[in-house]
Design a protein. Structure first.
Length: 169
């Protein structure tokens, strides 16, 4: 049973990573799970363990909240890794529910490879002025939030803030 729980959790992390890589909204996770489940019913219908497969898919946590938690869980690991230099990119966008969010993406080099990783998604509750975005960004740095280990594509319209060392924040 423990193995199944670990596989379900790993699957949830993989779904969260796929959403982040494609720049999709977190609320798309329920749609993805539904497509996965409906396709699996057809794809695995002739296998003797098809019910087990469908049950595992159904048990996989795939809600907007669990996806956000998965991203946060992944984040706690990366901040401990040291990089010679990194930059922060920020982008404000509004989701389908008219909730403004600030995405902060870290870019850093490690062994001649460049990585892009989502640090955090911060809800912007009141207004979305430049000052609100700057304040949210400053708070995220002072809180010592973690860098999430998700490979992210470039966001359009982002602002870079070059840092000397990942451990100086």
């Amino acid at each position: 049973m423990l193995g199944t729980k670990n596989k379900n959790k790993e699957c949830s992390y993989t779904i969260a990573q796929c959403i982040a890589e494609k720049g999709r909204l977190i609320i798309d996770v329920e749609f993805i799970k539904n497509v996965f489940l409906r396709s699996a019913k057809i794809l695995f219908s002739d296998l003797p363990n098809s019910e087990t497969i469908l049950s595992r898919i159904q048990e996989t946590s795939a809600s907007a909240r669990s996806t956000e938690r998965s991203i946060t869980d992944i984040a706690e690991n990366t901040i401990k890794q040291k990089a010679a230099a990194f930059s922060d990119a920020i982008d404000e966008s509004t989701d389908e529910n008219d909730m403004a969010r600030l995405a902060i993406v870290a870019r850093y080099c490690d062994n001649d490879r460049i990585y892009e990783e989502l640090r955090c998604l911060i809800p912007l509750n009141n207004t979305t002025t430049g000052q609100d975005i700057l304040t949210a960004f400053e708070i995220s740095k002072s809180d010592g939030d973690a860098v999430e280990k998700l490979k992210m594509p470039s966001f359009p319209g982002i602002i870079y803030n070059l840092e000397e060392d990942i451990n100086t924040t």
